[in-house]
Design a protein around this ligand. Structure first.
Ligand code: DOR
Ligand code: ZN
Length: 447
């Protein structure tokens, strides 16, 4: 928290405030004092006060700050893909007040020094909070357990070998037992190692193209394995980027069995099927792969029935040249933070918006054990502002991220980030950004 709380007092006036933790959906003034929510005021805005800056939020929806639990930073090691500065700027522009960084940097985040270093570097460079996830195994090699306890003491909020499943069941089981008493959850990338490097989902499209695909069972079997470890050790467990109907069924079974398990879904797995790969478009390579249309529908159902309670962008930027043909050489993943809000609200347009907001905020804060997720008085003033019903067209050229590849290029979404407030300070505002770029303000339908 340190370093973000703004000394300036501010009133955020005129917005519709939606906070699922307070069962609130009404026009309110959010009064922020010393970086903390002081009150949610009903009735007319308070009289001007020279000591309080007034921020006009008419037309906005203000929510508890969104937290992205699955972001691939490329610093250290791959700053040609993304720098810490561009990633944090992309987070702010995506409406995220905080992110959690996966450990698959180079070198991997597998010791306490690196956890501390990245935490400090991010706090210096960015205006949004950055939490760090430590690797389960050294160098994410899947075999030798990393110093988990000292990484937890250094501030790691969770553990994961994301990018891969932890290959050795023995290492994973022992790692979970070693820190069963700590609150940090394990986050599983579910992909059987024998299928790692697959080009696409196994389905009609891979069949037509004659490409060996990766079946759902490659994901679901590791999900089942890891949730059995959760059951055996009592450790809190989270499934990253669930993409297959069968994996959602495994998660349903685990939750019904009393296992402390949660799951996340990405905007692309809620929106895109493997049809996007029908012409061998290298840019659409991602892990887990885009699956069949039935799986996309199953992901939406799993959110609707409460099996999946967390949204994650899986922001994985690559340089343009790394996303070029040949298909088999293209890096997997694409930029996600700046489209996550629009694409997710679009995919789940029939779901009550307070459910969507909780999945972006409170449920993530709870998973990671971090502050935020609520605008109750006394909470840090981390606020995500949205514009509802202000159509915008995804144009990667306007991204803050250096990663310009997205499956959503040219798509029109109705919901967009309007403002990102961290510790009471405005980290990003759509209208300011539009003005700086000399383009029409959002909401004018030309932005
Ligand atoms: O598509 C992906 N890209 N999936 C992952 O798990 C890792 C990520 C990356 O870091 O590029
Ligand atoms: Zn992953």
């Amino acid at each position: 928290m340190i370093g973000f709380e703004s000394a300036q007092n501010r009133d955020f006036v005129g917005a519709r405030v939606i906070d699922p933790t307070l069962d609130l959906d009404a026009i309110r003034t959010i009064a922020v004092r010393k970086g903390v929510v002081a009150a949610l005021l009903d009735g007319p805005p308070p009289a001007p006060d020279a000591h309080v800056e007034r921020i006009d939020c008419a037309g906005m929806v203000l929510c508890p700050g969104f937290i992205d639990p699955h972001v691939h930073l490329r610093e250290p090691g791959d700053t040609h893909k993304e720098t810490l500065r561009t990633a944090l700027a992309a987070a702010a522009a995506g409406g995220f007040t905080a992110i959690a960084a996966m450990p698959n940097t180079r070198p991997a985040l597998d010791d306490p020094g690196r956890i501390r270093q990245l935490t400090a570097d991010a706090a210096r460079r960015g205006s949004v909070r950055c939490y760090v996830i430590g690797a389960v195994t050294i160098g994410r090699n899947g075999a030798e357990i990393a110093p988990l306890r000292s990484m937890a003491a250094a501030g790691a909020v969770a553990f994961s070998d994301d990018g891969f499943a932890t290959a050795s069941l023995k290492a994973l089981y022992n790692a979970a037992r070693l820190i069963a008493d700590l609150p940090q959850p394990f986050l599983s990338h579910c992909e059987d190692p024998s299928f790692a490097g697959s080009l696409m989902n196994e389905g009609i499209v891979s069949g037509k193209l004659g490409v060996p695909g990766q079946p759902s069972i490659a994901e679901a079997s590791i999900a089942a394995r890891d949730l059995l470890v959760a059951q055996a050790t009592g450790k809190a467990w989270h499934l990253c980027h669930v993409s297959a109907a069968q994996t959602a069924d495994v998660l349903r079974w685990a939750r019904a069995s009393g296992i402390h398990a949660t799951g996340e879904v990405t905007p692309h797995h809620l929106q895109c099927s493997d049809e996007l790969l029908a012409a061998f478009d290298a840019r659409m390579r991602v892990n887990p792969p885009l699956r069949g249309a039935d799986d996309v529908a199953a992901m939406r159902r799993a959110v609707a029935d409460g099996t999946i309670t967390i949204f994650a962008s899986d922001h994985a930027p690559h340089a343009d040249v790394e996303k070029e043909p040949p298909f088999s050489h293209a890096c997997a993943g694409f930029s996600g933070m700046e489209t996550a809000v629009g694409a997710t609200f679009d995919a789940l347009a029939t779901l009550p918006c307070d459910r969507i907001i909780a999945n972006f905020s409170f449920n993530v804060a709870k998973l990671l054990g971090v502050a935020g997720g609520s605008l109750a008085p006394g909470m840090p003033a981390d606020i995500t502002g949205l514009y509802f019903n202000r159509p915008w067209v995804v144009d990667p050229k306007s991204f803050r991220s250096l990663g310009r590849v997205t499956p959503f290029e040219g798509r029109t979404f109705a919901v967009r980030p309007a403002m990102t407030v961290v510790g009471g300070a405005v980290a990003w505002k759509a209208d300011d950004a539009a003005r700086r770029l000399g383009i029409a303000a959002p909401g004018s339908r030309h932005s």
